[in-house]
Design a protein around this ligand. Structure first.
Ligand code: AMP
Length: 378
C-alpha cells in the first residue's frame, strides 16, 4: 500500500475501522483554539484538516487546508462537508448533536454523537455518571423558577445554580448563598432549564485526560491541578500534588467513563477533591481540554496528537512526560505581555490568532517546564 495516497473520499464509510492513511482529510466541527492545535498536530502526521465553523477567519481555519463557514444547522453545508472529508470530529461541545448525528449517516464521526449529547446537558451528564456508580455533587433538576425553592430546600445552601445547557467558563452560573434571593438568582442564571448543585468545600480541582482508540485501548495523562480565576481556568500544574491512591482512582473512574461512552477520541474529566477527601466528578468533555495544553511541550505525545491518532484509527502514542509543567492561560489583556513572554528563555508561548481582545477570552497560553518530579515534591 502506498502510504501517501489517501483513499478516495467516501471510501472510508465502507471500511470504518481501517486507519486513515496520511494525505486523508479530517473534518473538525468548531473553529476555536482546540481545533487550531488539533489541525497543527494532524499536519505533523500528514493529514489535512477541513474546519466547519460559523466564524470567518477562525483560529482553526487559519492553519487548516480548507474551511466551510456556515451555520452548524445548515444541512446542505454539512452534506458537502461530509463529502469533502474522510472522518469528522468536533472541538467544542455546543455543536448541535443533531448536526453531528446527520454527519454520522454519511461519514465516520469520532467520538460518536451520543458522547456529545451526554456532555451537552449537565443533567444528562450527571445521571450518566451516577448510573455508573461514580460520585458527583448532590444535584437537582430545576425546570422553572417555581421549582427552585424546593430544590434549594432539598440540596441546602450554599448551592450553585447553573444552566443545564450551553454554559461554559462559569457563564450562566450563580452562587446561592445564605441570603441570596431566589428570584434574582434565577434571572441572573438566565431563566432557562437549570441544575442546582450542592456547593463543595474544595481542597483542589483536578482533571484527567483519557485517550481511547478505535480498538478500545486507552491511555491517560496524570491528573493535573487546575486553578481558576473568575470561573475561567487560570493555571494548570502538571502533575497534581496528590497521593498515588487518589491519582489511581481519578484515572480509573475516567477510563470507566470513556469505556461506558464507547468513546473514540479524548475525554477530559474535571473533578473536585473535597476537603473531606471525596473525589467528585464535576464535568466531562469529549474533546481536547485546556487542562491538557501542557502535554504539547512536556509529553512524548500531546493530547492533540493523541486525539488525531484516535480519530484516524491509529494506535495511541506514549503519554510519558519528560518534564513537569505549569501552564498559564493568557486571558483577555494578559496577551499583551507577549513581548516579555517570547523573550523569556524556556517559556513556550502559544498564541491563538484571535484578532480581538475581549475580557475573559482565551487568547493564548504559556507553558513553563520543570525537572520531572520536582513539582510534586513541594
Ligand atoms: P463549571 O462550569 O461547572 O466547571 O464550574 C466552573 C468553576 O466553578 C469550577 O471549576 C469550580 O471552581 C466552581 N464550581 C462549580 N460548581 C461548583 C460546586 N458545586 N461547588 C464548588 N465550586 C463549584
Amino acid at each position: 500500500m502506498n502510504l501517501f495516497s489517501a483513499r478516495p473520499l467516501g471510501a472510508t464509510a465502507a471500511r470504518p475501522s481501517a486507519p486513515l492513511a496520511p494525505g486523508s482529510t479530517i473534518g473538525i466541527m468548531g473553529g476555536g483554539q482546540l481545533g487550531r492545535m488539533t489541525a497543527l498536530a494532524a499536519a505533523r502526521l500528514g493529514y489535512t484538516c477541513h474546519i466547519f465553523t460559523d466564524e470567518r477567519g477562525s483560529p482553526a481555519s487559519q492553519v487548516a487546508a480548507a474551511a466551510t463557514v456556515a451555520s452548524y444547522a445548515d444541512q446542505a453545508a454539512l452534506a458537502a462537508f461530509a463529502d469533502a472529508v474522510h472522518a469528522v470530529t468536533f472541538e467544542f461541545e455546543n455543536v448541535p448533536h443533531e448536526s453531528v448525528r446527520f454527519l454520522t449517516e454519511r461519514i465516520p464521526v469520532r467520538p460518536g454523537w451520543d458522547c456529545l449529547r451526554i456532555a451537552q446537558d449537565r443533567l444528562v451528564e450527571k445521571e450518566f455518571i451516577n448510573r455508573l456508580g461514580i460520585p458527583t455533587t448532590a444535584y437537582a433538576s430545576v425546570e422553572r423558577e417555581g421549582a427552585l425553592a424546593a430544590a434549594v430546600q432539598a440540596i441546602g445552601r450554599p448551592a450553585v445554580l447553573k444552566t443545564a445547557r450551553m454554559g461554559y467558563d462559569g457563564k450562566g452560573q450563580v452562587l446561592i448563598a445564605e441570603n441570596t434571593p431566589l428570584d434574582a438568582a434565577w434571572r441572573e442564571m438566565g431563566n432557562s432549564h437549570a441544575i442546582l448543585e450542592g456547593f463543595v468545600d474544595l481542597a483542589m480541582e483536578i482533571s484527567v485526560i483519557v485517550a481511547r482508540g478505535l480498538d478500545g485501548k486507552w491511555v491517560a495523562y496524570p491528573p493535573v491541578e487546575n486553578r481558576h480565576r473568575n470561573h475561567i481556568l487560570d493555571v494548570t500544574r502538571a502533575p497534581a500534588a496528590i497521593s498515588d491512591a487518589l491519582a489511581r482512582d481519578a484515572i480509573a473512574l475516567s477510563a470507566k467513563l470513556a469505556d461506558a461512552m464507547g468513546l473514540v477520541g479524548l475525554l477530559a474529566v474535571e473533578m473536585f477533591v473535597a476537603r473531606d477527601g471525596r473525589l467528585l466528578v464535576n464535568e466531562i468533555a469529549p474533546r481536547p481540554h485546556n487542562s491538557g495544553h501542557w502535554t504539547i511541550d512536556a509529553c512524548v505525545t500531546s493530547q492533540f496528537e493523541q486525539f488525531v491518532r484516535a480519530v484516524a484509527g491509529l494506535p495511541l502514542g506514549s503519554v510519558d512526560r519528560h518534564a513537569d509543567a505549569v501552564m498559564q492561560n493568557l486571558i483577555g489583556t494578559d496577551v499583551e505581555q507577549w513581548p516579555a513572554l517570547v523573550a523569556e528563555p524556556g517559556a513556550k508561548v502559544h498564541l491563538y490568532g484571535k484578532n480581538e481582545i475581549r475580557p475573559g477570552r482565551k487568547m493564548g497560553h504559556v507553558t513553563r517546564l520543570y525537572p520531572k518530579g520536582s513539582l510534586t515534591k513541594e
